[in-house]
Design a protein around this ligand. Structure first.
Ligand code: UFG
Length: 332
């Protein structure tokens, strides 16, 4: 199959491209490299022995997207591209709405023009807002607490309206929980510029002494030890979930949402302890005030994804913390 992957040079995108190439799919990547580096392409080739087609373009430029669809007969699109920093989205809401919504509208219009109506969309557990019950099921009420989350939710609405207007579309909306880890080659992984926003990249930078200590945002939540609980999922498992979703959209005509998580919730303190034990290294931390907008607990009910997609995670928490650390050691 010819699969267009937008944002294919990013953390989750690059891991998914590797799995697709290893599955003998043809991959065409669109990425503007705003949050990734060109050398990811060589690393993908090193891992798989194959080089995907690559276009460094912005999806907000519709004419350029048109050209890609004219150059390739695309069977299905996996749409990762988008800005994703929660804090930045609060400071620059217009940038987030402009970028994430216009790019997606352009992509959908061009897909429609080329009669390509199969789509896998990267959504996020952030669309569940502050869930009333746990574990989180796909039919829970949706809401958001920041502009980034709103862009994901608006796009979900757009996709549902699009499907209603034309049931020839087939769309899988994947709601990711907290991806961490790295490819076991340690050639690709997550290494954000500057001070990381997310827990695991921050822990790793403390471990390699690029940062002094971890700030734990609150220990007075209603959780097992007072610190925030999340559903961490290995990025390679998450990437494999996309292959299952592609199979689904190729064989059905429907729109549906799937949680991609393990179903296990771990606290910040549990993450720190596991990281220290597995990697045999200390991660100094201090407890500070809660981070605004954070919720106490968020973890998936993965039953529906298992039933409908046959999706199951294989990697353990130990694999996740080991691979996150090893990737950075190999790419300092
Ligand atoms: N945390 C700290 N210190 C840090 C960073 C995080 O204590 O320096 C804590 C947070 O308070 C939270 C947990 O670690 O309890 C996880 O925080 P992350 O920032 O790693 O992840 P979030 O769950 O807040 O958000 C992530 C993505 C969002 C996505 C969401 C989906 O950043 O884009 O998961 O569930 F929407």
């Amino acid at each position: 199959m010819n699969i267009l992957v937008t944002g294919g040079m990013g953390f989750i995108g690059s891991h998914t491209v590797v799995e697709l190439l290893e599955n003998n799919d043809e991959v065409i990547i669109i990425d503007n490299l705003i949050n990734s580096k060109i050398d990811v392409l060589d690393k993908i080739e090193k891992i798989t022995g194959k080089k995907p087609a690559f276009y460094q373009i912005n999806l907000c430029d519709k004419d350029l997207v048109e050209k890609v669809f004219s150059n390739h007969q695309i069977d299905v699109v996996i749409h990762f591209a988008g800005l994703k920093a929660v804090g930045e989205s609060v400071e620059k809401p217009l940038l987030y709405y402009q970028n994430n919504l216009i790019s997606t509208l352009n992509l959908l219009e061009v897909m429609k023009n080329h009669n390509c109506k199969k789509l896998v969309f990267s959504s996020s557990a952030t669309v569940y807002g502050s869930p009333k019950f746990l574990p989180i099921k796909e039919d829970f009420p949706l809401s958001t607490t920041n502009p980034y989350g709103s862009t994901k939710l608006f796009i979900e609405h757009m996709l549902k309206d699009l499907y209603t207007s034309d049931p020839e579309w087939s769309i899988a909306i994947l709601r990711y929980f907290n991806p961490i880890g790295a490819h076991p080659s340690y050639l690709i992984g997550e290494n954000p510029n500057g001070i990381p926003n997310n827990l695991m990249p921050y822990i790793v930078k403390v471990a390699i002494k690029q940062l002094d200590h971890l700030n734990i945002f609150g220990n007075d939540y209603q959780t097992k030890d007072g610190t925030g609980v999340r559903d961490y999922i290995h990025v390679v498992d998450l990437a494999k979930g996309h292959l299952k979703a592609v199979q689904k959209v190729m064989t059905t005509n429907k729109i549906d949402c799937y949680n991609l998580g393990t179903g296990n919730g771990y606290s910040v303190l549990e993450m720190v302890e596991t990281f220290e034990q597995v990697n045999n290294i200390e991660v100094p931390y201090q407890i500070v005030a809660r981070r605004s907008g954070d919720i106490a607990q968020c973890y998936a009910d993965p039953t529906y994804a298992k039933q409908e997609l046959g999706f199951e995670c294989e990697k353990t928490l130990e694999d996740m913390v080991k691979d996150s650390y090893q990737y950075i050691i190999n790419n300092k």
